[in-house]
Design a protein around this ligand. Structure first.
Ligand code: F6R
Length: 606
């Protein structure tokens, strides 16, 4: 959801704010806006435009006054359509206070009615505008102290928010706050930054500070003060960002997604380093695993598909029952959960609101939480009893690829760890699976070397209205992931089915020329045969079948050959051609690959 950036320092603010917005545009791209402070007493300089950041940048060609402090916002609309007026920043009625916001203010209607009754005049349809009016009054009550005003206002808000505010009378100061929505501080030399994530300021500093729930941060070029809502000063929690600016750039690839597909071997290798012979106690010390009797995996979208694969591995290797739940459904059905339940939230961003809320529900009912996350310092790992970080590096394209690959690896590592703790795995098996895991990066490289013909082939189906994906066992979640990728990127109807379900309804969708992707690596002879029959069945009804397999599939129309690996590890290899199909289809249909319509990378609202 919306991207937020703030800069105050010795340099001109415009360049770092724009650079930050460019790097955060993956979070939302319905509209963008900037507010800059000038000298004390001069009015704020504000520009905002509906549409992508490029629209805003075009207006800046007409000249921008020099400023050393400013805030910028890129929006994913929730309340109020993507118009110039609804774009952030929003101003108070004096035009002196500017505010940007990510999240949803749930009590904005009652606040708005009360503020209008007091004479405040609203311009937009957003929930955010209530906050700027409230903040304006609170600042006056606190004699111009913006941080004190922010604390008071946050205590009045319900919902989720990251807020940044500036005031024209105090041009070097930016005040921010967060609840259930991300905000990090970048610590520079004579300059400081605030942003939704570290990629916004990574080319300027590698020093970052975490902010906790309901904390307010007040920055000037030389000072950073963090307080709770009661005004108590809190010690900074500093960490070093482990990747550099080039990791957040396209590096010669036409799109971030393509770059990220090709980064998968490294992401997998980085996630495996030091963990193949077991997870060490620095990761698992917060957990008491011996007495657990059930595992619940909670996640959304692609991460949910990684969880489905994890279920197969944990049930088989650790002998525990596993439920995989859509995080958005979990807490609302009030599921049974107790201290013997291990909950595993999976999240690339670590900020997905549905996952966070489901995890909090489970924790409040006594469950232990062992999260899988790609983003250091984010909320989900901070609130977990233990975390297994994936090392995919920054994933900028909205559609998840390398994060998925590393989430799969994390699920295998957790399944093996649980099986080991429960004494169920022999040293021979652990050695064998360890070897197979170690070979995954090289095998993904091999897949990437052979997908070129698939790019050409995919373009042939550019005008198809629908594409189906079939798989069995762990091939089924892989098929679901292939269908999700295609929907997101190609805006094409796509569905994934277990091969065996076909005859129970979906086969009616098959028509002359319908493209069907069959995920059918070998490993389980019985299932291989059954998938081969499914291929025959759809082909007999006119389907064009693209098989993804490590052996010949005579009935298929086209074959994408992938290397052989352990049956459970196959999704790591077989998903790669599916990602390439979705990528190529999006390009062929002229879609925006990295920023597909209606989506945002980090879904921080429920
Ligand atoms: C799909 C995709 C989404 C995310 C989902 C969860 O390509 O990216 O389905 O997987 O929104 O996001 P995280 O992993 O950040 O919790």
């Amino acid at each position: 959801m919306c991207g937020i950036v703030g800069y105050t320092g010795k340099n001109s603010a415009l360049a770092p704010v724009l650079e930050g917005l460019r790097r955060l545009e993956y979070r939302g791209y319905d509209s963008a806006g900037i507010a800059l402070t000038l000298e004390a007493g001069l009015p704020l300089w504000v520009e905002k435009r509906a549409g992508k950041l490029g629209n805003l940048e075009e207006t800046l060609d007409q000249g921008v006054p020099t400023s050393h402090s400013g805030i910028g916002h890129t929006r994913w609309a929730t309340h109020g359509g993507p118009t110039d007026t609804n774009a952030h920043p929003h101003l108070d009625n004096d035009g002196k206070l500017a505010l940007i916001h990510n999240g949803i203010i749930e009590n904005y209607v009652e606040l708005r009615l009360a503020l209008e009754a007091k004479g405040h005049h609203f311009k937009s349809e957003t929930d955010t505008e209530s906050v700027v009016h409230l903040l304006s009054d609170a600042r006056k009550e606190h004699g111009g102290d913006l941080a004190a005003a922010m604390r008071q206002v946050c205590a009045q808000l319900r919902g989720s928010f990251t807020l940044l505010a500036i005031h024209s009378d105090d041009p070097e100061r930016i005040v921010g706050a967060r609840r259930n929505s991300p905000l990090v501080v970048g610590v520079g030399d004579g300059e400081n930054f605030l942003a939704s994530d570290v990629s916004a300021f990574i080319s300027h500093t590698k020093r970052a500070l975490e902010l906790g729930q309901d904390e307010v941060v007040d920055i000037t070029p030389t000072k950073i003060t963090i307080t709770d809502l009661a005004g108590n000063t809190l010690p900074p929690n500093e960490y070093e960002i482990s990747w550099d600016a080039s990791a957040a750039e396209r590096g010669g690839f036409s799109h971030f997604m393509l770059k990220e597909i090709y980064e998968q071997p490294k992401a997998i290798a980085d996630t495996l380093i030091g963990r193949m012979s077991g997870l060490d106690s620095s990761i698992t010390s917060g957990l008491e695993l011996v007495n657990i009797n059930k595992v619940v995996i909670i996640a959304c979208g692609t991460a949910y598909h990684a969880g489905l694969v994890g279920k197969y591995a944990i049930e088989k290797w650790a002998g525990l029952p596993v439920e995989v739940e859509f995080a958005s459904e979990y807490r609302y059905r009030e599921p049974y959960v107790d201290a013997a339940t291990l909950v595993i939230p999976i999240s690339q961003s670590g900020e997905t609101m549905d996952t966070l809320m489901a995890m909090r529900y489970a924790k409040s009912h006594g469950a232990q939480v062992f999260s899988v996350c790609n983003t250091n310092g984010s909320t989900i790992p901070r609130e977990s009893d233990a975390v297994l970080y994936t090392f995919a590096g920054p994933e900028i394209a909205v559609a998840s690829t390398k994060a998925f690959a590393t989430q799969l690896v994390a699920m295998y590592l957790i399944a093996l760890h649980l099986g080991t703790v429960r004494g169920l795995l022999s040293p021979e098996f652990l050695a064998q699976i360890g070897d197979e895991l170690a070979e995954l990066p090289g095998k993904v490289e091999q897949v990437l070397e052979t997908v070129e013909p698939l790019r050409e082939l995919t373009r042939k189906f550019k005008d198809s209205t629908s594409m189906l994906f079939l798989g069995r066992h762990v091939g089924f979640p892989t098929a679901l992931e292939g269908a999700l990728k295609l929907k997101e990127l190609a805006y094409m109807h796509a569905e994934g089915f277990p091969g065996g379900e076909l005859k129970h309804g979906p086969i009616a969708l098959i028509d002359e020329g319908t493209p069907v992707v069959a995920v059918m690596p070998t490993g389980n002879a019985l299932l291989t045969e059954k998938m081969a029959s499914n291929v025959q069945e759809v082909k007999a009804r006119g389907a064009v079948v693209i098989a993804i397999s490590d052996v010949d599939v005579p009935a298929a129309t086209h074959l994408i050959r992938i290397p052989t690996t352990h049956e459970f590890l196959q999704p790591v290899l077989s998903v790669v051609p599916l990602q390439v199909i979705a990528y190529e289809m999006a390009v062929a249909r002229g879609n925006d690959v990295d920023q597909p319509r209606n989506l945002a990378k980090s879904v921080t609202v429920e």
